[in-house]
Design a protein around this ligand. Sequence first.
Ligand code: IVH
Length: 686
Amino acid sequence: MNFTERARKLRADIVEHDRRYYVLDDPSIVDAEYDRLFRELQAIEAEHPELATPDSPTKRVGGQPLSQFAQVRHEVPMLSIQTETDTGPSGAAQFDARVRRELELPADAAPVEYSAELKFDGLAVSLRYENGVFARGATRGDGLTGEDVTQNLKTVRDIPLLLTGDAPPVLEVRGEAYLRRDDLARYNEKALARGEKPLVNPRNGAAGSIRQLDPGVAARRPLRFFAYGIGAVEGWTLPTTHGGLLEALAAFGLPVCEHRAVARGAGELAAFHDRMGEMRASIPFDFDGVVYKVNSLALQERLGFRTREPRWAVAHKYPAEEARTVVVAIDVQVGRTGALTPVAKLQPVFVGGVQVTNATLHNEDEARRKDVRVGDTVIVRRAGDVIPEVVAVALEARPMKPSARDMFIEEPAHPPFALPETCPQCGSRVVREEGEAVARCSGGLVCPAQVKGALLHFASRRAMDIEGLGEKLVEQLTASGRVKTPADLYDLSVPELAALERMGDKSAENLAAAIARSRETTLDRFIFALGIRNVGESTAKALARRFGKLDALMAADAVALEAVPDVGPVVAESIVDFFAEAHNREVVERLIKAGAHWPEGEGRAEAAPGPLAGRVLVLTGTLPALSRDAARALIEAAGGKVSGSVSKKTDYVVAGEEAGTKLDKAREWKVRVIDEAALRELVKKG
Ligand code: IVH
């Protein structure tokens, strides 16, 4: 196959994979494979620019950041819809009655036919296709003039760059750019890991993404699109109904939401409203109501408009998902992994038909950004099945008090929110890794919030391998308070175990034996069993190999740790934080006292020697970042020796500022002189 054919095949395959993923929700390949195809196409097009077509999927990414958006005048205005605030079935009846009255239908005339759809909760956009090619995309703006967001909309994978079938010379497609809740959650996880701000909710996320000046940023946001109408059209005979129009748009390859129906009369409208209301939590994106549109386009024309709203459509909402209430307190919850989440305790309020007493503030930065304080009146929002969240503070209602400095000046009665420095569950130090939005309790082994997970991990097969210690037992042992840390396991007696639910004498004996047996282990398993954040099995092995002794690992600083293969600054920090916590060290000591043991130095002996094994180094002068001790630790951790004087046995002299006679000696003995940067390279590679 030549490049032309390969590029064509890749383009077709990628378009089909996009359709499967975004439109059918049924991908047939894994993400990594997709990325590979995509990169191959990018590479071919970079080598042979003449092969790139305007509708190539590679055209979706990239583009230059803009300083501002150009204005776009909508040939056909983008209207809004009248909202029916009566959220009950009578809401549908009122709209139907209005339509019948406007059309002057007699009481016994047949029911009016409607197209019933969802009211998506995102951002309205207009897509202009010229001869089937996506030519321009715009926001709604004030309805008459919007912003040119073509570059960003090109990054939305389910917006076709080329329509399928017999596309007219001009077709403007109107619809909603939105985010699915699951896509948003996945995006936020990655964003947090990258140290970026999470998106607050799907609606803001969609709007913010479309209005991104940097299309590279927009491209990373998992936006999607649903078509629900049209604007300007040239050279196309329209179907006769709105339902038919949606089908025609779908046939052009545009995503049209499957949750739609043709309904006759108010009863069927109300039934659709109900049915969709019940499905709300299971539909993966937010919608705050349904939309009814008179189905016949001829009748739509007869009904016409009232200022900016058509008389032929209405949005029939669901009970408000936002409500105002007062923050009584701000608690800090500790999750299974030690993550600290600030939670606003609220005066109970009904939101979308459910009583809400708690709302998440996500993390410290979010709580500060929104500046939520005790006593504040806040707007809480509940969307679908997600945890209620505080959207904003009604600042005008904030309780104030006279300032202590000047009684004529008022200041907020409560201070800004701050996370505690110690864990509210166990008193261990709270740490926040660099670039992470989430703060965590460092007491992994002792924190009640984390102890169940810690015990299960400790007992797992690849860790201490305590057969029979499963979830149910851990639940009982921790609920009774009998086991608070892994060390407590070794104090359990057979009768105590036998007294547990569904525990026979025989199983109690077996479990006790398994616990006793687990004392004999290896250093790497023991390290892994501690459940230090970011320390998996292979890192535990590397640490055991390098340090040989638990004491050495516990005493190591970040520099020495980073000299271990695969250990970067984040992992090193996790290890330092873990052993810096006295509670954790106590548990480790108790475990050793309880008899946990392993062949001393074994891991080290059988393992590959450090990169500096057998090398002798001499330190002289002041190094830019490393102290003498840190440099020594670094070298020793890499298996090297530090000597006080230069001789012919010296392999390297590490010289900093104001190096003295040792440097002269080095020259005399023709020993290699290196700086700190070179040392850091050496301990990595040897
Ligand atoms: S039709 C002439 N259909 O609601 C009516 N709009 O107030 C033009 N919206 O921000 C709009 N879902 O983006 C229509 N199924 C739907 C919709 C929908 C959501 C939004 C639209 C606009 C607002 C109109």
